[in-house]
Ligand binder design. Structure first.
Ligand SMILES: Cc1cc2nc3c(=O)[nH]c(=O)nc-3n(C[C@H](O)[C@H](O)[C@H](O)COP(=O)(O)OP(=O)(O)OC[C@H]3O[C@@H](n4cnc5c(N)ncnc54)[C@H](O)[C@@H]3O)c2cc1C
Length: 414
């Protein structure tokens, strides 16, 4: 049996970020795919660069921004000022919807404004759905926040906890409304972002340059975890560890380590369609669009307006229940019809495409999942097992959070 001080499960950004912190020590990463990067991988077709849906670098800490820029030295970066829209009814409005209700028809604007005026404090709301309604009023909620998030999460929002979206749900005050009404810009977490011209994978490649190839086992799957004997079994062999760092989805970890009830943790899954066309996009500015209506997708992004390229290159995100069957051809055909309906395509011909299923994609944060997550994380920690990243901690977080969690854990372990 192989002995290793830091055994890292999963070679996505969280696993690589932790390995980087321990690059001068004894570490080993086990990754089931043949390529590292997890959700930060990119895919290349002639003339097109695609991610697992757009993965952009936004930061809440200046230190992390500087760290990532340093890691990406020599990589061509696009500095983007966000331009996001909402397709509502038959028109495009600026996003976030709740800041731009003045762009609605006058009667709907008035309804949203009145409902917002009479909205209540939502601190005691029992669910995400009631939180949204209490906080933003029925107008904004029923026109956008509820239908959009129901498409994304693919569940009844009454099942989700009040703070399910955390920092990702833009707050709203009358002052903010006035700022946007007067055409000034307000602030959201990703107003400015960085993106490598050749895809998010560039960050993965930058990490890989600092790591030893032999210590990254690709194409190897973890199948069993025994935290009493500190042993991990894979489809290739067994490893004994001092410290185990898991970035695997917590529900799967629980099943492999027999340490909890994985049924309490559920999520949606998403289908990402990356589409390359023969013509430029009609809109040359928009980065992505939110769709709360009956289109099959909830979001469509324009790679060509983020890392400028001549031909239109889209990512299309479709939310599904985890038990829903997936028929990629049917979803693609429906997508092409709906893209035309919302005026993104007209004479455009699809010349290249690629599909990915992501599961879990957005975890469902419920009363039970929160309690079980906390219990498992705390009990595992007492056995030198640590969770890093969005899926291991069963939360809604981003790349910068993975990097910071890896740095913090590494510092704690000395
Ligand atoms: C649609 C979408 C868009 C997003 N956009 C952004 C964005 O713009 N900006 C941003 O900062 N964040 C974004 N995120 C969040 C971001 O993707 C995650 O925070 C981050 O990639 C999580 O990295 P991770 O390494 O923790 O997980 P993962 O990338 O999921 O890595 C886990 C790894 O574990 C491996 N694995 C799983 N099971 C096993 C097993 N049994 N054995 C061995 N290996 C295994 C997987 O193959 C995978 O490589 C987005 C997420 C989604 C779903």
């Amino acid at each position: 049996m192989h002995n290793v001080k830091y055994l890292i499960l999963g070679g996505g950004i969280s696993g690589l970020a932790f390995a980087y912190q321990k690059r001068h020590d004894d570490y080993l990463v086990i990754e089931k795919e043949s390529m590292p990067g997890g959700l930060c991988r990119s895919f290349y077709a002639p003339g097109f660069v695609w991610d697992v849906a757009g993965h952009f670098f936004h930061f809440h800490s200046e230190q992390t921004r500087q760290f990532v820029k340093q890691m990406l030295e020599g990589v061509e970066l696009c500095n983007v000022t966000k331009c996001a829209k909402v397709f509502y009814g038959d028109r495009y409005l600026n996003a976030p919807f709740q800041y731009n209700i003045h762009q609605l028809p006058p009667d709907e604007f008035l309804q949203c404004l009145t409902d917002l005026y009479f909205a209540n404090d939502a601190d005691n709301a029992p669910s995400f759905k009631s939180f949204v309604r209490q906080k933003f009023g029925a107008g904004i909620s029923d026109k956008f926040l509820i239908p959009y998030n129901e498409k994304l999460y693919a569940c009844d929002l009454d099942e989700l906890e009040r703070d399910s979206m955390g920092k990702f749900l833009p707050k709203l005050t009358f002052d903010m409304l006035m700022t946007f009404y007067h055409g000034q810009k307000g602030t959201t977490y990703n107003d400015f972002f960085l993106y490598p011209k050749d895809g998010t994978m560039q960050l993965v490649n930058s990490y890989m340059k600092h790591l030893v190839t032999e210590r990254i086992h690709l194409g190897e799957s973890v199948v069993e975890i025994d935290t009493d004997s500190k042993t991990v079994t894979t489809d290739r062999g067994s490893y004994h560890y001092d410290h185990l760092i898991s970035t695997l989805p917590l529900n799967r970890f629980i099943d492999m380590a027999h340490c909890g009830d994985s049924h309490l943790l559920h999520s949606n899954k998403i289908v990402v369609l990356n589409l390359g066309f023969d013509l430029p996009s009609r809109d040359k500015e928009v980065n992505w669009v939110y769709f709360p209506g009956d289109e099959v997708f909830y979001r469509v992004g324009f790679y060509n307006n983020i890392a400028p390229r001549e031909k239109m290159s889209l990512y299309v995100e479709i939310g599904l229940r985890s038990d829903e069957p997936v028929d990629i051809d049917r979803l693609l055909q429906r997508t092409l019809v709906d893209l035309r309906r919302v005026h993104i395509t007209d004479q455009h011909q699809l010349v290249s495409h690629h599909a990915i299923i992501v599961e879990p994609a957005y975890v469902h944060i419920t009363h039970d999942s929160k309690a079980e997550t906390q219990r498992v994380i705390e009990s595992m920690r007492r056995q030198n097992v640590y969770m890093v990243g969005r899926y291991a901690r069963w939360e809604y977080s981003a790349i910068d959070d993975s990097i910071e969690q890896a740095q913090e854990l590494s510092a704690q372990l000395g």
